[in-house]
Design a protein around this ligand. Structure first.
Ligand SMILES: *Cc1c(COP(=O)(O)O)cnc(C)c1O
Length: 303
């Protein structure tokens, strides 16, 4: 079902900044993995959907915000792999479905909307039993696909035959980062850029994701400085950077995650904190979120 050996392009990015600092920068285009189930969400769904099918579950139930890439990806995967999907969506006051939820609905996903306070408790929330009772054999995937099956899928992101010193990527739950860390070779490191504010808790979460792996040979760290005010927040510098990056490389970053990580990476290179290294940046996808972001902020990111 899921193609386990897709041929993902790796492109070199060149600039004066990079050559001055003796950095070779490559970008792994996981955003091209699938046109609808893009990037890391496809990786995280792979073993989850396979398990749901193997268990003969009649529906996949999962969680997310109204603009969530994971909700979009799960709905599309459900349509493609012929399994029903149900999204438990954070936010009680959704009057008209936004572009993400419209597409998810068109892909066959049904929804329950829950208040922000109830949502905090996810699987323990009041009323979750009633949601599950609608189904015979639900298969539950946590928010963002963040479980051990999701991490396993993400361990397949980096191709075996591509050498690098440092891998850089964006973090939400840290599940993708954990998967990548689990696949490192000796001497390699991963640097994660959380898109959320106050994301220090991810150190614990990522350590927990990594517990089942007994021989880890790479190292990893987080840089918490490039959240731009928090999840889905932005400022002019970030938007200008997104646009100029597109102009320079003809390559779209997503406005929630990958743009912050790329901004952070290039800023650290400019400050001389990363130099003389071969760096692999993982484009984790998320381009479905562009439309919702543009609508929300009433701006155009790509002309
Ligand atoms: C969800 C997402 C992330 C974060 O992935 P985690 O595994 O939750 O850290 C990063 N980039 C994009 C484009 C995403 O959609």
């Amino acid at each position: 079902m899921f193609d386990t050996t897709p041929n993902i392009p790796i492109q070199e990015l060149k600039s004066a900044l990079l050559s001055v600092n003796n950095v070779q920068l490559f970008i792994l285009r996981d955003d091209l993995l699938h046109s609808e189930v893009s990037g890391n969400k496809w990786r995280k769904l792979k073993y989850n959907i396979e398990s749901a099918k193997a268990l003969k579950s009649d529906v996949v139930v999962t969680f997310g915000g109204a603009f969530s890439n994971h909700i979009a990806a799960t709905a599309a995967a459900g349509r493609i792999f012929n399994i029903k999907t149900h999204g438990v969506i954070r936010g009680e006051e959704i009057k008209a479905l936004n572009s993400t939820l419209q597409k998810a609905q068109a892909d066959g996903m049904t929804f329950s909307f829950v208040s922000r306070s109830d949502y905090q408790n996810k699987e323990l929330m009041v009323g979750f039993d009633n949601i599950l009772n609608q189904f015979d054999a639900p298969f539950i995937i946590p928010e963002g696909g963040g479980n051990s099956k999701g991490v396993k899928g993400c361990s397949e992101i980096i191709p075996n035959d591509f050498d690098f010193d440092l891998c850089a990527l964006a973090c939400g739950t840290g599940g993708t980062m954990a998967g990548v860390v689990s696949a490192l070779k000796a001497g390699q490191a991963v640097l994660g850029f959380p898109a959320l504010k106050n994301a220090g808790f991810l150190l614990n979460d990522i350590s927990a994701f990594l517990k089942p792996f007994d021989s880890l040979v790479g190292s990893w760290s987080l840089n918490l400085d490039y959240h731009f005010g928090g999840y889905a927040k932005k400022n002019n510098d970030l938007i200008e950077f997104l646009k100029s990056f597109y102009q320079e490389y003809n390559l779209k970053l997503d406005p929630i995650y990958t743009v912050k990580a790329m901004f952070g990476l290039l800023d650290l290179i400019e400050k001389g904190q990363i130099k003389n290294q071969k760096v692999l940046f993982i484009h984790t996808g998320g381009l479905q979120g562009i439309k919702g972001f543009e609508d929300r902020y009433k701006l155009t990111l790509f002309d």
